[in-house]
Design a protein around this ligand. Structure first.
Ligand code: AOS
Ligand code: ZN
Ligand code: ZN
Length: 389
């Protein structure tokens, strides 16, 4: 017996998943970037597409920016554009991976001038946050080495700590830093923030406003990601998620597409750790690319996948589960969890959406809206996401 849908609906109402601006640009692999008709040419057009996702789902009220990809002269004005479209500007992502100067590192570089340049870029990102009202600065570094002996692992870690300290000191009272880890790519021997332990150690040394960002695609195959989620929540240091899914590497495919059960297990631990509570520090974001599918329906599918799996998680009969766990009822406990996972929540969600004035089927509503044809006709020469990761 699972919990009833009616009892979990209020919890679903508050769900918010931030969209990445770069998901609306063309992206691909090192082999080919395919253009999609209707691709935005400007950040303003990306915001319009993101607003469409929110209009049809009421799940995506914020859009993350990437600097310098989304650089504009007037961020206050951009904030106004977003507000007119019914969305807000969210996380600001820094970029130290597309500049020749950072070939051997950015915040870890041995050359203090280059390191300062990378620190200054983060200061610029904080200035953007001041203008946009964004809460989070997200740092993902491409820093690392390809060959043993190429760099001094410990020295790099020490320089990273020092650089982060300087950036942290610039944050306003209501601003946070989230440090994303990734175990490989673009560096292949080592990366300077490869795992949650390293990110945790670095952010803990900084203070309360620094937290860990967990990208679901950034772990070795077979890693028990939900355990990491549990531990970071338990330690009060899970700041944000970058959701996506993967079959092999950092594939950045639609969240819940490759392994819906893994998404369920992760969201179960989020709920167990009170990560869905209104005062929870966890920010939910997508970090995806749509290489061959249309981008707007790709994002709609993604937020719906998160919503559907959240509903299933909320349906878990936690009282019965705890009783079974405490009684040593191994298979009983497992089947309580699986009952919720196998519950098809789609009809209930469709009816509930309609009751809130939303389309029962946002994917179908988008297809019928004519928006895709409109933008395909209006926008010629759409933008590449600059980088497909
Ligand atoms: C890189 O692999 C990371 O996932 C980054 O979070 C992100 O994709 C990149 O910074 C684009 O913003
Ligand atoms: Zn990411
Ligand atoms: Zn990634």
């Amino acid at each position: 017996m699972t919990t009833s849908f009616t009892s979990i609906a209020p919890q679903l109402e508050a769900q918010a998943i931030e969209l990445p601006s770069w998901a609306f640009g063309n992206s691909g692999t090192r082999f080919k970037v395919f253009g999609t008709p209707g691709t935005p040419r400007t950040i303003q057009e990306k915001l319009a597409d993101a607003a469409k996702v929110n209009e049809l789902t009421a799940l995506a009220p914020k859009v993350a920016l990437h600097i310098p990809w989304d650089k504009v002269d007037d961020y206050q004005a951009l904030r106004g554009v977003a507000a007119d479209l019914g969305v807000e500007l969210g996380t600001v992502n820094s970029n130290t991976f597309q500049n020749d100067d950072y070939k051997f590192g950015s915040l870890t570089h041995t050359d203090s001038a280059i390191r300062q340049q990378a620190i200054d870029h983060h200061f610029e990102c904080i200035d953007v946050m001041d203008a946009t009202g964004s809460q989070d600065l997200k740092i993902w570094l491409a820093d690392g080495t390809n060959y043993p002996g190429q760099g001094d692992l410990r020295g790099r870690q020490d320089r990273l700590a020092d650089s982060l300290e300087q950036i942290y000191a610039r944050l306003g009272d209501d601003q946070r830093m989230v440090l994303e880890y990734k175990f490989f790519e673009p560096a292949f021997y080592h990366t300077d923030v490869p795992d949650w332990g390293t990110s945790y150690a670095q952010v803990t040394a900084l203070g309360d406003k620094a937290m860990v960002c967990l990208d679901t695609g950034h772990h070795a195959p077979g890693t028990n990601i939900e355990f990491i989620v549990m531990q970071l929540l338990r330690l009060g240091k899970l700041g944000s998620f970058d959701f996506n899914s993967r079959f092999y590497a950092d594939d950045d495919l639609i969240v819940g597409a490759a392994d819906p059960f893994q998404l369920f297990r992760i969201l179960y631990e989020v709920n167990r750790g009170r990560g869905f509570d209104a005062d929870s520090p966890v920010a939910f974001m997508l970090d995806q690319c749509h290489n061959v599918e249309d981008k707007i329906p790709g994002q709609i599918r993604s937020v719906l996948n998160v919503q559907e799996m959240t509903a299933r998680v909320l349906l878990v009969d936690t009282v019965a589960l705890t009783a079974a766990q405490n009684a040593g009822d191994v298979l009983g406990a497992n089947s309580i969890l699986m009952d919720a996972f196998y519950t098809d929540v789609r009809p209930d969600l469709a009816a509930w959406r309609e009751s809130r004035g939303l389309p029962a089927d946002p994917m179908a509503a988008y297809a019928a809206s004519g928006y895709q044809q409109e933008i395909a006709a209006a926008r010629v020469g759409g933008q590449q996401a600059s980088w497909g990761a």
